[in-house]
Design a protein around this ligand. Structure first.
Ligand code: CUA
Length: 314
């Protein structure tokens, strides 16, 4: 179960120091606020107007007081600076130049993940639990920001550049992530889940995600495969194992090789059920305004066949 307040629920040695410095800043700031506001209220009450006192004594300058306030405030700020620099260093171990464990590509508006040996997924980043995982991140269009706050720091994802980031999940589980940089109409839906698994489960899943699409046998699914070719879904979407004449398939839209294994569709907007997929194919722009997938002029029969086909791609 992913956390309701992931920023306050670190699940790794990379996120823990960031949480601690956040907590320290909050309590120090809170203490200063209470001290200042409390003193203010007390002094207003203590020195309130009580009739004919005349004008109070006018006091200007008190070197000891002023230096005290300056030194106190400076000490707090320098203390926070030191704590922040230490936390930032602990959360950002050197990434070196070795091969990354996962290539992350941000798109308007979904996240695509691929390992060097070809295991691909969309919206769900699978990692082994209990060890650090090195990500290589880039964007296909605008600036996004990768943030899985329970597992590490966040980082900007910029087109034409490759950022590197360590994340780690201390224990198996599902951890929520989101895009943290406004990137257009569907920014708020640009979420992902990090699925941390024990090493055996991870290896099994990775082998499956690296395999090409299974051949479909069912008649409806085969009709759907023909429709997929005919309406040229493959211009944007890659199904590995299905021959395609489109060289950039997979660069424009989410890969669909193991579509049926994904728990959500439409970048996480809908759970992956046949009814939702039919609805999505009939009204992409109504469900996710601004999405780059157009609402295609498909007949109900074509939508039905495409649904059968895609839901067969386990
Ligand atoms: Cu991508 Cu916000």
């Amino acid at each position: 179960m992913s956390s309701s307040f992931p920023v306050f629920d670190p699940a790794s040695t990379l996120a823990q120091p960031l949480f601690e410095v956040t907590r320290l800043t909050f309590w120090l700031g809170g203490a200063v606020f209470l001290a200042v506001a409390g003193l203010l209220w007390y002094l207003m009450w203590r020195y309130r107007h009580r009739g004919a006192d005349g004008e109070p004594a006018q006091v200007f300058g008190n070197a000891a007081d002023e230096w005290g306030w300056i030194a106190g405030a400076a000490l707090l700020v320098v203390g926070l600076l030191v704590a922040t620099v230490r936390a930032a260093a602990a959360a950002s171990p050197a990434t070196g130049s070795g091969a990354p464990d996962v290539y992350v590509t941000a798109h308007q508006w979904y996240w695509s993940f691929r390992t060097p040996d070809g295991a691909q997924s969309t919206g769900e980043l699978h990692i082994p639990a209990g060890r650090r995982v090195l990500l290589d991140l880039t964007s296909m269009d605008v600036i996004h920001d990768f943030s899985a706050p329970q597992l590490g720091r966040k980082i900007d994802v910029i087109p034409g550049q490759h950022a590197r980031l360590w994340i780690e999940a201390g224990a198996p589980g599902r951890y929520s992530g989101a895009c943290n940089e406004f990137c257009g109409a569907q920014h708020a839906w640009m979420r992902f889940t990090v699925v941390a698994e024990d090493p055996a489960a991870y290896a099994g899943g990775a082998a499956k995600r690296a395999a090409p699409a299974m051949a479909v046998a069912d008649t409806g699914a085969r009709r759907g495969e023909a429709t997929f070719r005919q309406v040229q879904c493959g211009a944007c979407h890659l199904v590995r194992g299905l021959s395609s004449s489109f060289p950039h398939a997979g660069a424009l839209g989410p890969e669909l090789t193991h579509f049926a294994s994904s728990p959500t569709i439409a970048g996480g907007v809908l759970t992956n059920t046949p009814a939702h997929l039919r609805h999505w194919l009939a009204d992409t722009q109504g469900i996710k305004p601004g999405v780059h997938m157009p609402t295609l002029p498909l007949t109900d029969a074509e939508i039905g066949d495409l649904t059968t086909y895609l839901e067969a791609l386990k």
